[in-house]
Design a protein around this ligand. Structure first.
Ligand code: PRP
Ligand code: URA
Length: 237
């Protein structure tokens, strides 16, 4: 299901197969793609269950990461390449340009990394260390390390949770300051409030998510959600 809405978010109405739509400078934000593949939805339901073990939660996030990697790369441009099969020369196709960058937002974004790297083994990795201040819900940066040539690469920013979007907005801002301009955001769950804020701040960046939940509670948690993704993934609390 693909949703493309005016900035800021007003309605969620357009449907189609998962694929990205760029901001075309027409006052519309880039698309929000809900990856409603049955495997993704099944695994997400298992993850939401509060009885799921730390080990199970981590494994499922990893598996969904792999499936989301497949969807978020669906429209990458290809270029012709001449190769020799054992029988003859032929023109194949390969992904154009430099290797992708995967940019997990620490900690929970790391949960997507192994699954994505299993499909994109030569991707570069940028780490964006942010935590959400529990009182203000503002994002606080504590670490940043990225390849120097972000301007030449497609960057997939990874974080399971898009709640207030403070973390995502700050991460994208930081990556843009370092030259990135071809960005995609991948999450597991998004709140409508977070999507609106994200699109107001970064209307050029499309979003892929497995679900859009109902709302945020008074503590900025996604409802019904799955709780604190980092704590559930690492067994902290
Ligand atoms: C969580 C989550 C996101 C952020 C989302 O991280 O992984 O990064 O909250 O919330 P927001 O959209 O309101 O910013 P948290 O700050 O709990 O850190 P952690 O991943 O280290 O647990
Ligand atoms: N961060 C989480 O881990 N979960 C939420 O519901 C919101 C922010």
């Amino acid at each position: 299901m693909r949703v493309r809405v005016p900035v800021p978010l007003r309605a969620a109405s357009a449907f189609g197969t998962p694929s990205a739509v760029r901001d075309e400078g027409d006052g519309m934000a880039a698309s929000v793609t809900v990856v409603d593949h049955p495997l993704v939805q099944h695994k997400l339901t298992l993850m939401r269950d509060k009885a799921r073990s730390t080990q199970g939660f981590r494994r499922l996030l990893n598996e969904i990461g792999m499936l989301l990697a497949y969807e978020v790369t669906r429209d990458l441009p290809l270029e012709p390449v001449t190769i020799d099969t054992p029988l003859e020369e032929m023109e194949g196709r390969q992904i154009q340009g430099k290797k992708l960058v995967l940019a997990p937002i620490l900690r929970a974004g790391v949960g997507f990394l192994d699954g994505m790297l299993s499909l994109l083994p030569s991707a570069r990795v940028a780490h964006v260390g942010l935590y959400r201040d529990p009182e203000t819900l503002e994002a606080v940066e504590y670490y940043f390390k990225a390849p120097s040539d972000l301007a030449d690469r497609t960057v997939l920013v990874l974080d399971p949770m898009l709640a207030t979007a403070n973390s995502a907005v700050a991460a994208l801002q930081r990556l843009k300051e370092r030259g990135a301009h071809d960005l995609r955001f991948v999450c597991l769950l998004a709140a409508p409030e977070g999507i609106a804020r994200f699109q107001a701040a970064h209307p050029d960046v499309p979003i892929w998510t497995a679900a859009i939940d109902s709302h945020l509670n008074d503590h900025g948690y996604i409802v019904p959600g799955l709780g604190d993704a980092g704590d559930r993934m690492y067994g902290t609390r």
